[in-house]
Every structure is written in structure tokens, then in C-alpha cells.
Ligand binder design. Structure first.
Ligand code: WQD
Length: 357
């Protein structure tokens, strides 16, 4: 085929067994890169890693461990001759971070500092960081571009913002170091094979997995958090992004970070579609995908939620040559296909088939 000569690099994907991580690993393998996954399986499982070779052939090594174990990370950076790191490992539940902030500071900040020190000790100077649109706080101006003011409204969001600032300080101190912080909007969907996808442990906080579990009969009905927002149908609008598009954005960032030296060595880039959908529009699309009306009820707003969040993805397009290719119907169809397959699995982590609250 016309694939360029093996320009594959060796990439360490921390958290590479997770929902987003596993999709990033598949995309890296498809581009001919070699991948080392470091994961402590706290919010992921081996089951996912075992399925990756069925989707994408190529060299993938698994190291079970914690990114805060600096000696372990230093050793594996050397042993595998890692060229770049994609840092996805971390906790991401907003509510949990409010209840237990120190857990988030020790895991997310501690993990990032430990990883960066191991990278410095081994001369690995290229980093892609999994950041989040949550760093834009309650900004009103839509769509949001990378120059929008940042702020945090919860400890989880503060850890993402702090890690971006830690990376910023490192690029000032170390002129060899280059980083891209990818600010994800709302990742949803699953690989079309149905072999990997989002399978959260416990009741999902996010809309898509909750809708999918309701459609699968694992939840009684979806609560629509607020129908009095200043939006066309009164429900919250978000920029949903297919996780395969998100994964492709990481591969584009890896290509870019080994390219010509940029004017600023820490680039922040939004990954979103630029199109927003309301909760009711998601429910309608998901009902089309599963073939029946997903039950829901209108309930009061969830504290802290914004009416609208929408990306301006033009920098990703101009700098990385990346844009999202999947639409909402494909996000719903793929998320639903995975949910059905996952429900057939014998794995205990899924709620049993009985209708539960
Ligand atoms: C989407 C919309 C809700 C659940 C969160 C984190 C953010 C990022 C992505 C990590 C909103 C509504 C939701 C439900 C509902 N995570 N909703 N019923 O809040 O945009 O972003 O996940 O980086 O940091 O904050 O995503 O999926 O929770 O909500 O009506 O049961 O769905 O009000 O309008 P959110 P979400």
C-alpha cells in the first residue's frame, strides 16, 4: 500500500487501557506507531487491552502500574526507548473531586509531576496531555477558542488547569521540551467494531452512558437535568465528539509535535466538532439508533452545569489538519452497538439486566 516508510515511533500511553486511552492506542497502531500502555486498572480492565489486537495489528506492550511510581516510569521510558508520552491517566469525576479534593490532587497532580520528572530524567521531551474543555470554566462567549479565559469551578477542573500550568513552566525551564494540551469537549461513542467503548463502573455521571444503559434496560429512565435553560428547547447544549475522532486528534498531535519547531512549545488545542446538540436532541438521536423511545423525565438543573458549551475547532484544523468526521447519529449508533455487546458479556462490572434506578 502507499503507506509512508515506517515512521513509527514508540509512544507511552498512560491510562491507555481506559475508554479514551484504548481508542487512542488503536489509532496509534493504525498509523504504524509502537505503543506501551501503562495502566493501574483502577477505572479500566485487561479485557479491553486483550481486544485491541483484534482491531489493530501492531506492537503494543502492557505495563500494569501507576504513573506516580517514578522509578517504574523511568525504567519503562528507558527500556522501551519511548519517543513521546500521551498522558491520559487520571481521575475525571467532577462530583467525586468536590467530595474528595485531596484524592484528585494526589492522583492527577502527583501523577503528572511524577511522569514529568521521569521524562526529564530520561530525556523524553515530547508530551501530549489529555486536558479538557472544563478549563474554560463558565465562559459565556460561544463558540470557545483557545484564547478564551480559563478558570476552574471544581477540583477536577483545577487539576487540569494546574497541570497545563505545570507544563507551561517546564517548557520555560527546559528549552528541549515540547507539549500539546488537547482540550476535549464531550467524548462519546465507541469504535465501530463494538469491541471497545465506555463501560463506567457504577452509575454513570455523563449523559451518553446513562442514556445507553437506560436503552439497555439497566436504568429506569433518563433524568433531563433542567429544561429551563436559555436554549431553543430549554435543555443543555454540548459539543459531543466521537471518541474515534478524538483518538485521531491525538495521532495528528503526535505527527505535529515531531514536526518543525513551533513558535510556542506548549500548544493548547480544542478537540470538538463546533456543532452543539441539546439533551433532547441526543435523546431523539439515540432513540432513532436503538429503534425505540428512550424513557426520560424533566428534572431540575444539576448545580454547576452551563447552558451551552461549544468548541471553535479551527486551530486543530489549521495546525493539525484535523477535523471531526462522525455526526451525532453515528455517535449514538456506535455507543449503542457497544452497549449491547458489553451487556452480553459475562463480566460482572455491568449492572445486571434487572431494571434498576
Ligand atoms: C452533558 C449534558 C447535562 C447527565 C462533563 C464534565 C467535563 C468532561 C465531560 C471530563 C449536560 C445533561 C447529563 C444526565 C442530563 N469530563 N445531563 N442527564 O457536564 O458537559 O461535562 O463530562 O473532562 O469535565 O463536566 O457532560 O455528559 O455530564 O452532561 O440531562 O443524566 O447532559 O446537564 O447538559 P458535561 P455530561
Amino acid at each position: 500500500n502507499d503507506r509512508p516508510p515506517q515512521t513509527g515511533r514508540t509512544i507511552l500511553a498512560t491510562g491507555g487501557a481506559g475508554y479514551i486511552g484504548s481508542h487512542v492506542v488503536v489509532s496509534l497502531l493504525e498509523e504504524g506507531h509502537r505503543v506501551v500502555i501503562l495502566d493501574n486498572f483502577e477505572n479500566s480492565d485487561r479485557y479491553t487491552v486483550a481486544r485491541i489486537p483484534r482491531i489493530a495489528p501492531g506492537s503494543v506492550a502492557l505495563v500494569e502500574g501507576d504513573v506516580r511510581d517514578q522509578a517504574l516510569v523511568t525504567d519503562l521510558l528507558r527500556q522501551y526507548k519511548v519517543d513521546a508520552v500521551i498522558h491520559l491517566a487520571g481521575k475525571k469525576a467532577v462530583g467525586e473531586s468536590v467530595a474528595d479534593p485531596l484524592l484528585y490532587y494526589s492522583d492527577n497532580i502527583g501523577g503528572a509531576v511524577s511522569l514529568l520528572r521521569a521524562m526529564q530524567a530520561t530525556g523524553v521531551s515530547r508530551l501530549i496531555f489529555s486536558s479538557s474543555a472544563t478549563v474554560y470554566g463558565m465562559t459565556e462567549v460561544m463558540p470557545i477558542d483557545e484564547t478564551a479565559p480559563t478558570s476552574a469551578t471544581n477540583p477536577y477542573g483545577r487539576t487540569k488547569l494546574m497541570i497545563e500550568e505545570i507544563i507551561e513552566d517546564l517548557t520555560v525551564a527546559d528549552s528541549d521540551f515540547r507539549a500539546i494540551s488537547l482540550r476535549y469537549f464531550n467524548p462519546v461513542g465507541a469504535h465501530s467494531s463494538g469491541l471497545i467503548g465506555e463501560n463506567p463502573k457504577g452509575a454513570p455521571n455523563n449523559l451518553f452512558p446513562y442514556v445507553a444503559q437506560t436503552a439497555a434496560g439497566l436504568r429506569k429512565k433518563v433524568q433531563v437535568f433542567g429544561s429551563d435553560y436559555p436554549t431553543p428547547d430549554g435543555t443543555g447544549i454540548r459539543d459531543y465528539l466521537h471518541v474515534v475522532d478524538l483518538a485521531r486528534g491525538h495521532v495528528a498531535a503526535i505527527d505535529h509535535i515531531f514536526g518543525a519547531a513551533p513558535q510556542n512549545r506548549h500548544q493548547k488545542i480544542n478537540l470538538g466538532t463546533g456543532t452543539g446538540y441539546s439533551v433532547l436532541q441526543v435523546l431523539a438521536a439515540f432513540s432513532r439508533a436503538c429503534g425505540f423511545q428512550v424513557p426520560y423525565e424533566l428534572t431540575p438543573r444539576r448545580p454547576g452545569d452551563a447552558a451551552r458549551s461549544l468548541a471553535d475547532p479551527s486551530l486543530a484544523h489549521s495546525l493539525l489538519g484535523w477535523k471531526a468526521l462522525h455526526d451525532l447519529d453515528q455517535m449514538c449508533a456506535d455507543h449503542w452497538a457497544f452497549q449491547q455487546k458489553a451487556a452480553q458479556d459475562s463480566r460482572p462490572t455491568l449492572v445486571s439486566g434487572s431494571r434498576t434506578g
